[in-house]
Design a protein around this ligand. Structure first.
Ligand code: ZN
Length: 172
């Protein structure tokens, strides 16, 4: 069965940056399972995977426009350390999630200078060209529930019960 919209796809993948450093990989953990054609993975990778079948491997480079977008310097801003609350350690390199109208953002602490904390709300991979090695493991039809939720469900049927990310509007 080939990969196309509304099918659930299982892949092993390795993601590296321009200098060949591995950023993320399914090796040593579970393969990635996603619902194709539903914005579950970056558009450039979906396009490369379209029509592929289990057993096929692809190597591709995805430009920022088809991955996590270009960096937006207006998303770098300063806040006061006390905004984090008392007794909270804030160090450069820390990342946390911020929930907003557009869903969940990953915010990175760039610098701490006394009481002044510089934050960057760009996606950590914004502006990066991404290099993928992907092997297709499995392709199957999605269940009606998966199509309704817009994402793949795991082996465990209860996984997407009351805690489904869709319930609070932060579906990714
Ligand atoms: Zn669900």
């Amino acid at each position: 069965m080939e990969i196309r919209k509304d099918r659930v796809v299982t892949i092993d993948y390795s993601l590296s940056d321009d200098i060949g450093k591995i950023i993320d990989s399914s090796e040593g953990s579970e393969p990635l399972v996603y619902l194709h054609g539903n914005d579950n993975i970056i558009p450039g990778l979906e396009r490369e995977l379209e029509g592929k079948i289990p057993g096929e491997s692809i190597t591709c480079s995805i430009l920022p426009a088809d991955a996590y977008g270009d960096r937006n310097e207006s998303l770098v801003f300063k806040v006061n350390k006390k905004d984090f609350g008392d007794n909270v350690e804030v160090d450069a390199g820390m990342q946390f999630e911020a929930h907003g109208e557009d869903g969940t953002l990953i915010v990175t602490v760039v610098n701490v200078n006394g009481e002044e904390v510089t934050l960057d709300a760009n996606h950590p991979l914004a502006g990066e060209t991404l290099h993928f090695d992907v092997k297709v493991i499995d392709v199957r039809e999605a269940t009606p529930e998966e199509l309704e939720h817009g994402h793949a469900h795991g082996e465990d049927e209860d996984e997407c019960g009351d805690d489904c990310c869709c319930e609070d509007g932060f579906c990714d």
